[in-house]
Structure formats: C-alpha cells, structure tokens
Design a binder for this molecule. Structure first.
Ligand code: GAR
Length: 356
C-alpha cells in the first residue's frame, strides 16, 4: 500500500490530539467507497465542512467481500485509497480489516463521526454506536443524494449487461423448498436465477443447500430484538445485500421473521411467501400441528404475496393436501412438502414472467 495514500491509526490519533490542542476538530467517516460517484463527493464535501480535517476509514478488500457479496469490491483497497486521497476535501485515509469500524473509532477518537443518510442515529451498527456513545463523540448523519448511490450505479451497469431476473431466497430451516427452487433454476425452468440465499440462523440447512447449488449465501445476524423480528441495522444490511445483488424477486421459504418498511416498499408486490396451511386458517406458528389437533380432514399450502402481516397478503396459489387418520406432524409435513416443492417453482416462474 503506497504510504502517501494511507495513514496508520497511531498517526491519525496523534494528529487528532494536536488538532485538539489548537481547538480544531477531526471528522471521521467510514465505508467501502468502492465505486466512487458524485453522491460520495457531495457527502464527503459536507462531512469535511463539519470540522477542520476529514479522514476516511475504508474497509479492506476481505471485509468488503463479506459485507457486500462475492463480486465486491470492484476496486482494490489501494485504488480506493488513491481515489479518495485525490479529493481536495479528504485529508487522509486509514484502512481497517474488520467489518465494523468500532476499533478505528476507538483508536482515533474523532471529534465528529459522520455517516451517510440511509442510516439514522438508531440504525447505526450497535457495535459502533456503543463506542461512539461511550467516548461522547458527536454523530452527524448527512443526507444522501437520491439516486446517486453505489447500488444504483451498479444496478444501472448490470441492467445494461444482463437481463436475467434474479431471485433471493430467505429461510430459517432445512431448505427443502429452496433446494426445489434451485433445482428448477438449474434445469432452466424458473425463467431466472437464484442469485442469493439468506438466513437468520447461522447453521441452517438452507445455507448448506445453497453451497450444494453453488449459490452465494449469507448469514444475516438478526440482532437482539423481539422473537420473529429484525433490528433496523439487520434490515438495512438485508436491503443493502439485495440491492448489491440486483435482486428482482424475494422468495420466503420458511423464513421465521417479519419483513417491514422500508424493505416492503422497496420490493412492493415482489415478495412471496409459502405457508403450510389453507390460509387464512392457521397463520403463524405450528400450522401443521394445529390442523391435526383440530381433527381437520385436509390441510395444504398457500403461496401469497407478502404484506406487513403474519402470513397475510394476496393469495397466488393454494392447494389442499389430505390429512390421513393417525398422521403425525412429520408425515403430514412430508406430504405438504411434496406438493410445495412442485408448486413454488411454478409460481415463482409465473411471477418472474410478469416482471418486465
Ligand atoms: C415450509 O413447509 C413452509 O410452508 C413453511 O416452512 C417450511 C419450510 O421448510 N413456512 C412457514 O411456516 C411460514 N410461516 P423448508 O425449510 O424445508 O423449505
């Protein structure tokens, strides 16, 4: 790494102390700054105006890959540092190898910490917020320029090159539906490709299924929140990942957490779910056991569009599956799965065909 482009944490920390003695302020911001665009320039110019010197902490290549997916970074850390240092309002760059900037913030103790406006003070990564609050660092959230983002830039480029529709599958469990969908895609029956598999459970079977089909897979840490919910930070990470992979359709296959705004709005009418009952009967947990306990003669599956509720939204396909006397939950689940595995890829293909 050319030294003229990159400073060490110690250098920046002692610079900060010198500035403080002169009653001046050091501003720090961080990010990947992978594909530099005018939104970055406007944001960094504004950040620089919050103090006297602006340092930018950038993620090393490995952590960009972990955060943004296997196709990133587009530009190496050396090139990113060189481009940032060429900006007249950037005074220096530091590189960090972790996913989060907490250690850098702790070491530099900037007077002001600035972040782009798709964050709010609440959706700042918990780990970083704890350090900022503990050190009493001023946090400034700056507005971003609409439509001028890395994901928009990459989306624009990839749309020009590739019209293949992309599906992301979310699940918390075994992943038998995901496997059926990836199998259909590999046989060319989906009218699109499965570009991403995501789970909120680190060792879920669905992640191994993704590996089996060579599909990029990501564990999303759901954060500490109410059961079945997602923190603002994890929801944001999900949205960033979906945008980075140019996803057209989200498919929930046994994902046991509820999506909410702004994700629902961003994918309006393009999120599907499958539930093992004839909805609206037995929405929520233990649908199969509840049908057996009620003495029902039939159960089934429902594939529907997702709205903000639990297993609610416009129904796209529903099919009855018989309940035999003496059925165990496992036996009934197996019969429902067999029907689901045929239906879900077909409904996904129908929905992808509708996306212009
Ligand atoms: C499927 O049977 C699906 O209907 C159900 O989770 C199972 C996932 O199995 N969905 C829900 O309960 C949604 N509320 P899989 O992981 O083997 O695909």
């Amino acid at each position: 790494m050319p030294e003229r482009f990159v400073s060490s944490l110690n250098e920046v920390a002692s610079l900060r102390d010198r500035l403080e003695a002169e009653e001046k302020k050091l501003v720090l911001t961080n990010g990947a700054f992978d594909v530099l665009h005018v939104g970055h320039l406007r944001y960094l110019r504004e950040a620089a105006a919050l103090g006297d010197l602006l340092f930018v902490a950038i993620n090393g290549d490995k952590s960009v890959r972990e955060l943004k997916g296997p196709g990133r970074p587009v530009n190496s850390v050396e090139d990113r540092a060189e481009m940032l240092c060429a900006l007249e309002f950037v005074d220096g760059v530091v590189v960090f190898e972790e996913r989060r900037a907490s250690r850098v913030i702790e070491a530099i103790r900037p007077h002001v910490y600035s972040k782009g406006g798709d964050y709010t003070a609440d959706s700042l990564i918990d780990e970083e917020k704890v350090v900022l609050d503990r050190l009493g660092i001023e946090i400034k959230i700056l507005s971003l320029v609409a439509g001028k983002s890395t994901s928009e830039t990459l989306k624009c480029l990839s749309k020009r090159e590739d019209s293949t529709k992309k599906v992301a599958i979310f699940g918390s469990g075994k992943g038998s539906n995901a496997a059926a969908i990836m199998e259909a895609a590999s046989e060319g029956k989906l009218g699109g490709e499965v570009a991403l598999v995501m789970s909120d459970v680190p060792n879920a079977g669905i992640l191994s299924e993704a590996d089996r089909y060579g599909v990029p897979r990501i564990f999303i840490d759901p954060g500490t929140t109410r059961v079945g919910h997602l923190t603002d930070a994890s929801l944001k990470e999900i949205q960033d990942r979906l945008q980075a992979a140019s996803i057209d359709l989200i498919v929930l296959a046994g994902f046991m957490r509820i999506f909410r705004e702004p994700l629902l709005g961003a994918f309006g009418g393009r999120i599907l779910n499958i539930h093992p009952s004839l909805l609206p009967k037995y929405s929520g947990l233990r649908a199969i056991e509840r049908a057996i306990d009620a003495g029902d003669r039939a159960s089934g599956y429902t594939i529907h569009l997702v709205d903000g509720g639990v297993d609610s939204g416009a129904i796209l396909r529903q099919e009855e599956v018989p309940i035999h006397s003496g059925d165990s939950p496992e036996q009934l689940q197996q019969r429902i799965h067999t029907a689901e595995h045929v239906a879900y890829p077909e409904v996904i293909a129908e929905q992808l065909a509708k996306l212009a």
